[in-house]
Structure formats: C-alpha cells, structure tokens
Design a protein around this ligand. Structure first.
Ligand code: ASP
Length: 590
C-alpha cells in the first residue's frame, strides 16, 4: 500500500490505489500526495509522461490508480514528516477511478479539520474517516477486540450471541422498544445488557461465556453516553470474586500490552465503596493525584455554628477537602464562589472555607470557631495559607460534592499527570440503596447481585446495611466495568425481589422464566461487563465516546448522517397497529 513504501522498496515497480490527498504543480512537475489507509506517499508526474494529462485533471479526493517505479528522493528532499519520506513514486500510468465533489470541509489539514464542527463531521462521517486521525481510534478498537478474543479463547471462553429483540432487562435505565407487527400491542425491548441471557447460559452449562455485545439504554444523554453502546460481557461458573478480578486484570494487561504496547501493573489496587466515597468523594475515584477528603465531624461536635450543628444533629457530617497553600494561593474569593456553585450542583447547601492565617483561620465562618476547634483544625491545615473547603450535609452528599470540587480543582490546577493509566477496583458495594422518591430500596447494580451470606438476615430488617459481592473497575476516574457474583438460589432471588418491593406474583409475572430456570438448578456464577467504548476512548486518549465509534449519535441521540430517528409513514404505523397520540413537532435539523 502507498503508506507502506520505504527506502528498501526503491527500484520496484508498483501499482497503487488511493485518494488524492493534495496536488501541487511545481516547476512543470505535478506532485500528488497519494493517500490510502496506511498513509501517504509522494507521486511525481513528469511533463513527458503519458500520465501527465490525467495528472492535470486531479483534484483532492479523486480516487486513482497509478503505476510507476519507486525511487529514493534526492537527499535534500527527504522528509521525516512522512513515514514514506525517503521515497517517491515516478508515475508511468495513471487513471481516475472516481471523481469527487469538493468535500464540505478540509481533509488534508489536521489543524483546520479540528476546527470543523462535530455535527458537520458526523453528517459526513465517511469523509471524516478518511482523515487518519479520525480512523486511528477504529484501528485501536479492532486491536482491542482482537486481543479480547484471543485471550478469552485461549482461556476456554465461548463467544455466544444473545438476542437483540427481547424482554426488558433491568439495569436501571429506560428501554428502547420495538413494536411487534404480528402480535399487535406487544413490544420487544432492546437489551440494556445480556445479563439474564448470560446467566441462563451458565444454567445451560456453558461455564465460560463472553460476547462483545451491543446494548441499548434510553437515558438522558450526557457527554459520555451513547444510546447504543458496546460492552465486553463475561460470565463464568464455579468462581469466587477473586477469580473474576484476577481474570479481568490479566485480560486488561494483555489488552493494553497488545493494543498499545504498554505494561500495566497487576493486581489493581482495591478500595471499598465506603473508602472511595470518604477519601475521594466518588465511587469511581481518580487516584492519579493526591487531594483527599477528611472528616471534620468530630471537630465540630459541639459547634455553635448553626449550619454545622443542625446537620450533625440530623445524622449528617462535616467533610472537608484540605488544599495546601501552594495550590490554594490562586483561589481568590471569586474562584471559591465558582467552586461553591459547582458544589451546589451536587446537592451541597454551600461550600464553607477556612484559610490558615497565623495561629488561627480567616474566612466567613472563622468567627464561630472555638479555641479547641482552631487547634483541631490546625492539624488539617498546618501551614500558613493552607485551605479547608468544607461541606456539611448528609454524608454521601457532602462527600460527593467535595469529590466534584476535588476533580474540578485538579483540572484547574493541572494536577493530573498525562498518559498515566490508573486502574483500581471498587469493592464491597452495598446491595441496595435508599430511594428518596419512593421511600423504598432499589438495587445498586441489578437485582441479580448476590448478597454476602452473613448479611442475608439483614435483607428483611435493615436492607441498606446488606453488602453485595459486587465490584466496579475504574480507570482514571471513569467506571469502565462492573460486575458481581450472582444469586444462584431461587429462595434468595425471591427474597431479593421482596426487598425491592415486588410481591412473589409480580416477580413471577416479570421474571417467571428466570425463576423457573433457577428452580432447575444454577451453578454458582458471576461475571462482569466492560464499557468497551469508554475503555477505548481512554486508551486512545480521545475526548469523547463519539471519536471511538464508527457512526455515533450526537448529544441529542440523533445520527446526523442518516437522520435517525425518523418518522414512520401512515402505512407503517397501520401495519404495526400504532397510532400516534400527538404528532410531535419535528426538530429543526442542526
Ligand atoms: N450486566 C451488568 C451491566 O451491564 C454487568 C454485570 O453485572 O456483569 O452493568
């Protein structure tokens, strides 16, 4: 291929196909940078050559075939800018395979292309992909998938495809649904994950399953979400948590080595959910930098400051993010105000601050401090200028708000080292969390997660205290995977559904097929799923998921290329026995 030619190929006759990247006419000669998937090579067309007349017609993005001989460039014209920079091809025959309209944005200038709006690039994604920078993440993605297949195949895993037209799988999001034509009024759901099917495969005796699976979740879209996305889905029988974590570590090590040529250390460190929350204010902590939260509740146990006293009295806590003087110096009142606004979007009522000044502290709440409190606080802010950023709230809210402030500060202060891959496990998740809206409990992962045996009795009495055999895999502050050991006993599964507020009849109505399967005996099993798009985004150093997906949706969940989602004709609606309640106004095309 064009991009593969090197000095050693000099003297060879070659036939190349590719795209005209750039054409320059210079001193009577025509120079064409010919591009294919492997890169660029310079083609020279001399005036006497039979190729010259065609050469004069060439414009960017025309597709051509050219035959000629490879020769070394004169010494002074060699360039390291191109991998093929030592050689050029002297054209002898040239023909045009396809002409091309002028593209709506420049393809042969990476800086200019970076300025082009993403919407336009997605509308013409097939042009965008001609840019090597845009295609590179897809190549990486291929290498990652191949590494996954190779590794898991060697470990005895079987790849199985599970259905896309199915029933709802409870992963906590809304389903995408597909109407059935032949059974009017009935709908398939697209899978939020293959969860139930992979468990059924374990009950079917497959023992080791994997799939690079497409999943669908109808969620409010955020910057790092896609309505359809890809998981590496894995399930194994006869394993404990440690077996699964170790398998994942070895797999990740192999993937990173094969795809990027980099070594990573295993085992990954582990943090309990509680520790992640109290130290980093997040269940997916970014541990590439040191800032850590601390608990000031004991310091303020008899405070006269009403704001803190009332929170403590109602069971909340006072948490702080200590920031050293060196980093705190740039935090003016204005910046502190901005951080407070940020903390409030995470549920904090406010962000108090205290700055070490001489023996005491300055700041809006400094006047409320008793001597003993000043002394205790001094341990958390030992040096002149050290800063304490403080939130008083329910413990989880206080930690999460400070966790958000921590991340923002790290970005603003440039504390995050580039190029590092910081993997870690978060383990010991609670099984259930309290649902403020309904007053009941909901699952933290999904309703098939196995509770710790010793905590089972609490399911009836104090469900919030039950710990799960569940784990999340975190990379640089992103959750890139999660999984659990599963309930494999029918009775436990029914108890779990009851704790979630389902009667046995309701559970049977929704998951009867699954409960039946459990009744026929399930091996102890567990598994994991990786968010493959996100992992590849991080490995590629890409800024968004859209860069690592061939045909992504935009932030409104639409595909600017095909125009999906689109309306149905009256005839299609009638065939599906569907009637629209109201015809929504069609959105303005972007
Ligand atoms: N199905 C789960 C998910 O999509 C992963 C797992 O538990 O294996 O998050």
């Amino acid at each position: 291929m064009s991009g593969d030619l090197r000095g050693a190929d000099a003297g060879q006759t070659v036939t190349l196909q590719g795209w005209v990247h750039r054409r320059r006419d210079l001193g009577g000669l025509i120079f064409v940078d010919l591009r294919d998937r492997a890169g660029l090579v310079q083609v020279v067309i001399e005036p006497g050559s039979p190729a010259f007349a065609v050469g004069e017609q060439l414009r960017p993005e025309f597709i051509v075939t050219v035959s000629g001989s490879v020769r070394l460039r004169p010494e002074e014209q060699r360039t390291t800018r191109l991998e093929t920079g030592d050689v050029e091809v002297l054209a002898e025959a040239l023909s045009i395979l396809s002409e091309a309209k002028t593209p709506p944005f420049v393809l042969n200038n990476p800086e200019a292309a970076a300025e082009v709006s993403e919407e336009l690039r997605l509308k013409y994604r097939y042009l965008d992909l001609r840019r090597p920078e845009a295609a590179a993440p897809l190549m990486l993605r291929h290498r990652v998938s191949k590494a996954i297949w190779d590794f898991l195949d060697a470990e005895g895993f079987v790849q199985v495809e599970t259905p896309l037209l199915t029933l709802s799988t409870p992963e906590g999001a809304r389903d995408y649904v597909v109407p059935s034509r032949t059974q009017p009024g009935n709908f398939y759901a697209l899978p939020q994950s293959p969860q139930l099917f992979k468990q059924l495969l374990m009950m079917g005796g497959l023992e080791r399953y994997f799939q690079i699976a497409r999943c669908f979740r109808d969620e409010d879209l955020r910057a790092d979400r896609q309505p359809d996305f890809t998981q590496l889905d894995i399930e194994l029988s006869f394993v404990e948590q440690d077996d699964i974590l170790a398998l994942n570590e070895r797999l990740m090590q192999f993937v990173v080595k094969t795809a990027l040529g980099r070594d990573i250390e295993v085992p990954f460190s582990r943090l309990s959910y509680d520790e992640a929350l109290t130290r980093y204010g997040s269940d997916k902590p970014d541990v590439r930098f040191a800032l850590e939260l601390t608990d000031l509740s004991p310091v303020f146990s008899s405070t006269t400051f009403r704001g803190f006293a009332s929170v403590l009295a109602s069971g909340g806590s006072v948490r702080a993010l200590p920031v050293s003087a060196e980093h705190a110096a740039s935090l003016s009142r204005k910046r502190l105000g901005e951080l407070e606004t940020h903390a409030k979007t995470y549920g904090a009522q406010g962000l108090a601050w205290l700055r070490r000044e001489g023996e005491g502290f300055s700041g809006p709440i400094a006047k409320f401090l008793a001597d003993a409190e000043v002394q205790a606080l001094a341990q958390h802010a030992p040096d002149e200028g050290d800063l304490l950023l403080i939130v008083a709230a329910k413990t989880r809210t206080a930690c999460e708000a400070l966790g958000a402030v921590r991340l923002r500060l790290a970005h603003e202060l440039g504390l995050i080292p580039k190029g590092e891959l910081a993997f870690l496990w978060v383990v010991d998740f609670p099984l259930l969390e309290h649902d403020e809206e309904t007053g009941g409990y909901t699952y933290m992962h999904h309703p098939f997660t196995r509770p710790r045996d010793e905590d089972l009795p609490l399911l009836g009495s104090d469900p919030g205290k039950v710990r799960a055999w569940a784990y999340d895999l975190v990379l640089n502050g992103f959750e890139i995977g999660g999984g659990s050991l599963r309930i494999h006993k029918l009775e436990t599964q029914l108890t779990m559904f009851r704790a979630l507020g389902f009667s046995d009849d309701e559970a049977r109505a929704r998951f009867g097929f699954f409960l039946d399967a459990l009744a026929y005996g399930a091996p102890p099993h567990g598994g994991v799923a990786w968010g493959l798009d996100r992992l590849i985004m991080l490995l590629a150093g890409a800024k968004s998921l859209r860069e690592v997906i061939a045909f992504p949706k935009n932030q409104r969940g639409a595909d600017p290329l095909t125009g999906a989602p689109g309306p149905l004709t009256q005839a299609q609606l009638a065939e599906l026995s569907l009637q629209l309640a109201t015809i929504p106004k069609t959105e303005e095309p972007a």
